[in-house]
Design a protein around this ligand. Sequence first.
Ligand code: NAD
Length: 488
Amino acid sequence: MPPLVVYQNYVHGQYVSNSTGETFEVINPATGQVSYLVETADADIQQSAMASAKSGFAIWSKLTPIERSRILLKAVELLREQNDELAEVEVLDTGKPWQEASVVDVVTGADSIEFFAGLAPSIEGNQQPIGDDFYYTRREPLGICAGIGAWNYPLQIACWKAAPALACGNVMIFKPSEETPRGAMRLAEVFTQAGVPDGVFNVLQGDGRVGAWLTEHEDIAKVSFTGEVGTGKKVMAAAAGSLKDVTMELGGKSPLIIFNDADIENAISAAMLGNFYTQGEICTNGTRVFVQKDIYPRFIERLVERTEQNIICGNPMNPETNFGALISKSHQQKVLDYIEIGKSEGATLLTGGTALQPENCPNGYFIAPTIFTDCNDEMTIAKEEIFGPVMTVLTFESEEEVVRRANNTQLGLAAGVFTQDISRAHRIIHQMQAGICWINAYGASPAEMPVGGYKMSGIGRENGSETLKAYTQIKAVYVGMQPLDSPF
Ligand code: NAD
């Protein structure tokens, strides 16, 4: 066996080795094998990343917005040129199918950078006369921002955080999930190739300890975090120590509501996409599928038929595969435990429910697409985020009932409705306590559309022009045109 490759931290435009020699292993979820090692960002690396970010900010924040835009657009071009290579990195790190990564992950990451690069030159202040005097405002960058990512869309998350931050003249120190460290490193390389100055985007590797160091550091102005609700609370509490601004993209347990007049095949596509795409590891998943009672038997019959016939599980790099491996053995076990709880609490397992060992990937962390029926709102599987391919189907009779039940959760990330009745569609969606909603669609998240959660699913938004405000601060400047009127 050749020795494993060891990746390093990316600081000031290059890879640098740590002093302690501490490394961690990264496992390919489809094979269960260690793919490579990564050096942990020790104290020396952390200090140099901070010094580098300060010098990067001095240069980047002084460029004109159109100069920043031009450089970021070059990065977009490079990301698109390297799409397949980067998509493969994501497949090997996450276990998701190549079929998805090659058309979604890099593409949507590049789109976000393109979107914010386009907006950068439009950031402007205003002015207003106050008698003969006047004041004006400047939208200034915040300074050094920290990005902390989850493992499900590593490169995309890094792009979605870096794009608005850099477009507004900030710099970012990004810490990817320790389970998927490579996407962000590759983004850092692309930024350097595109001409982004050294220190504008540094990548630190490691677990929650490195994340905690960032969130506590006095010189970090803002933390943009993607991950679990519980970790989000810790990050926010730590950020409070130095009154940092935060963006929180957290978990969900989103409702997908299907009325009896819906196009059933379309609604089933949404239920499958919203539970089985990326093998169920998507924060916005519609894991509580509410089906109106009179179409329930037909819905279930076709749902099970399509799930059993159309899902192809196996080696994620095989272009035919449309259903990959879960991120880790421990996460696979956590999802299997939820399935056991579902059975023990009285839900009916219609299909799936077991680990899978596809012939071409027998040691990967796969779980069969799983559908539970005869569920009620009090069951654990209907209440907690599972983050795996487990769908809970519930029935309802009236609009009033389904709105009440759909909102009966502390989470509020997303919601979807399927109906041909246009008034009902909007009426339902306007009552949903959720930040990301779909009507006769599910899961699409273009760069133009702001995304983020209500309630405990998050704070702030990513993407959309809204986000520019979250990466700038207003300076108001009063200009006196007359001698000062003073009693002294
Ligand atoms: P996680 O909370 O375990 O980890 C997220 C990141 O936080 C990792 O980089 C981790 O190293 C870091 N971290 C851990 N402890 C920390 C601490 N004390 N201080 C600072 N950083 C710390 O989440 P995960 O398991 O990587 O991701 C899955 C979760 O992410 C799910 O709940 C999912 O819903 C959520 N998610 C949300 C969105 C969204 O946009 N709303 C998108 C993707 C994933």
